[in-house]
Design a protein around this ligand. Structure first.
Ligand SMILES: NC(=O)c1ccc[n+]([C@@H]2O[C@H](COP(=O)([O-])OP(=O)(O)OC[C@H]3O[C@@H](n4cnc5c(N)ncnc54)[C@H](OP(=O)(O)O)[C@@H]3O)[C@@H](O)[C@H]2O)c1
Length: 330
């Protein structure tokens, strides 16, 4: 197990290397808009790549950027920042970037998915870098404006120029992340850990446990409003405590009844079967089985995903939450 995490900070980084590069950022969405605005406010020149019919195009123009087609970015930029959704990158790359690329071009990604799963034929002459902020673009932008930063993960998978680390550090500084710290990793590690935590904890495990606990209470006749507040709303209070000070400090801040209940129940819920399932989820990510299933669903217009989302939208817990929003100032 790796126990020496290398973290780079603002004061040890010089961003000058970016001044010599024509930078093109493709995908003016969640991450793209925040990163572009932070770069510009840090004095870095860049142009935006977007498809002409999309919202991103108009949003980037409204924010005062010069906006071009993706093929123009391919043809004119030394450093391309790839901030499209992961599932569209292969198609955009093969049809709008690859045929037009300059002879010497480098890439920065914000998630390792397409590289770790070997979806793109990146030229052998390219530097390939990862600068993955550890949160949404809105937070990246807000923290930057407050003089703070969102930590980011950094990795280099190809360093033909010999300057890949310097370039990636400079980029991390310019978008404000080095103020908090740039944590060194690899494309594979970032991809696996990010996907696993999204699935097992953040977007699958926690909401799943909230829904199951809510449903159990409501099925036994308890008030759905109360069940919603206890099972869902209070998650924020406990997660804030863990975020700020860790698990042990969270235990200190809760009642003895809550602590004792946790001690009695935690291993009943998170038992050996759960560990078996967690390992199976991890296997599917490591073997690219998850990536294949995900891309198949995308090719099929996410029909299965949309059915699941629309059933969830019509569930008692979502309806209870919507009704509570109007009644509760919390
Ligand atoms: N979201 C996060 O919190 C987060 C955090 C860390 C890393 N990341 C990574 O950041 C990258 C971008 O994610 P995101 O959430 O920022 O993406 P996003 O907001 O869903 O999409 C970004 C932009 O991509 C454009 N786009 C979509 N299809 C396109 C196409 N075929 N050709 C050209 N442009 C296209 C869209 O523009 P249109 O208006 O034209 O549709 C959209 O504005 C991903 O690699 C993601 O894993 C995201």
């Amino acid at each position: 197990m790796k126990n020496q995490t290398k973290i780079f900070y603002d004061n040890e980084i010089n961003s000058d290397i970016l001044n010599n590069l024509q930078i093109g950022l493709i995908g003016y969405g969640n991450q793209g808009q925040a990163q572009a605005l932070n770069l510009r406010d840090s004095g870095i020149n860049l142009i935006i790549g977007a498809r002409s019919a999309g919202n991103a195009y108009n949003r980037a123009i409204a924010d005062g950027f010069e906006v071009f087609g993706v093929d123009y970015i391919a043809n004119n930029c030394d450093l391309i920042i790839m901030l499209m959704p992961d599932e569209v990158m292969k198609d955009v790359y093969e049809n709008h970037l690859e045929p037009y690329l300059k002879s010497k071009v480098s890439f920065i990604f914000a998630h390792g998915f397409v590289i770790a799963n070997k979806l793109l034929r990146i030229p052998d002459s390219s530097d390939v870098m990862l600068l993955a902020p550890t949160g949404p673009g809105r937070i990246l932008r807000n923290l930057y404006l407050e003089g703070q930063g969102l930590p980011a993960l950094l990795a280099i998978s190809s360093d033909v120029s010999g300057n890949a680390l310097e370039t990636c550090l400079a980029y991390g500084k310019a978008i404000g992340c080095a103020r908090a710290g740039l944590i060194e990793t690899s494309f594979d590690e970032e991809t696996v850990v990010d996907l696993f935590c999204e699935q097992a904890v953040l977007c699958g495990g926690i909401p799943g446990l909230i829904k199951a606990s809510f449903n159990t209470l409501v099925a036994r006749g308890y008030n759905p409003d109360l069940a919603y507040i206890s099972c869902l709303k209070e998650v924020k209070l406990i997660s804030d405590l863990m975020f700020e000070q860790g698990i042990a400090a969270m235990r200190q801040a809760i009642s003895n009844t809550a602590k004792y209940g946790a001690y009695q129940v935690e291993e009943k819920i998170i038992n050996a079967q759960v560990y078996t399932k967690l390992n199976s989820i991890l296997n599917d990510i490591e073997s690219s089985k998850f990536a294949r299933t995900y891309l198949e669903s995308y090719e099929n217009n996410f029909i299965d995903l949309n059915e699941w989302l629309s059933a969830e939208k019509n569930s008692t817990i979502v309806k209870t939450g919507n009704e509570l929003k109007a009644k509760l100032k919390f």
